[in-house]
Design a protein around this ligand. Sequence first.
Ligand SMILES: Nc1ncnc2c1ncn2[C@@H]1O[C@H](COP(=O)(O)OP(=O)(O)OP(=O)(O)O)[C@@H](O)[C@H]1O
Length: 262
Amino acid sequence: MPRGDAETILSIRDVSITFESKRGRVTALEGADLEVERGEFITIAGPSGCGKSTLLKAVAGLTTPSGGSIRLHGEEVRGPRQDIGFVFQRAALLEWRNVRGNILLQAEMRGMDMKAARARADELIEMTGLTGFEKALPHELSGGMQQRVALCRALLHEPRVLLMDEPFGALDALTRERMNVELNRIWARTGTTVLLVTHSVAEAVYLASRVVVMSPRPGRILEEHRVDLPTERGYAEVLETGEFHRVSSRVRELLGSTAEAD
Ligand SMILES: Nc1ncnc2c1ncn2[C@@H]1O[C@H](COP(=O)(O)OP(=O)(O)OP(=O)(O)O)[C@@H](O)[C@H]1O
């Protein structure tokens, strides 16, 4: 839930994105509108190919809209942004660097003060339950642990907005649930604004303060649903609430047979 006074951190207005390639022209997004307040956890669901990843990339400044505007903290996004964190489906860790080294890569790339960065890395390692694995190499870690390292790396510079593109899509169901619970706890503790793309309806509703459902391509926001549940949530308890069922059924209905919902 947004904390304190509502403050718009991200404003996506009438955004369209068209790609030109050898295979022709594809309009990924058309007329996408979304306002995000500081501290919100937005999950984005939608049929495959509707432009979810494209939307995240545009917020990160990695893809330029063909029309409309994206403002982060009131500033038009015109190129790659330093004040965001990005977590992808694959952790993309450097195989020859240990856990701490992979997390600190963020600080090196940004020229951060290394003393402060090391202290923050230790804090995140503790928060994500990686204590004891600081010196482990990526191949010595489970998939879930690798994603935790990627999460620490994305949070190291305390980004204004954390973007996550199917971050747990490659994990087994049980690990995925555990990661959901951890992410919820981290969000509750840090108050970071998060936008997370997922194909899982359960994940979308469990994690969100607001679930956004997109239309088939060209993608736009079809419906938004606030999830009226406490900020910090237990998994099993939430799944039994009427609120979880209310929002999940509507999201499933909207996604219909096109979604790879679980
Ligand atoms: N760089 C690109 N060049 C050309 N077309 C692209 C490019 N990036 C994305 N597209 C096209 O834009 C559309 C939206 O892609 P996008 O990856 O954003 O969808 P998505 O909703 O994230 O899909 P999925 O759920 O399957 O991951 C697709 O038709 C895709 O082929």
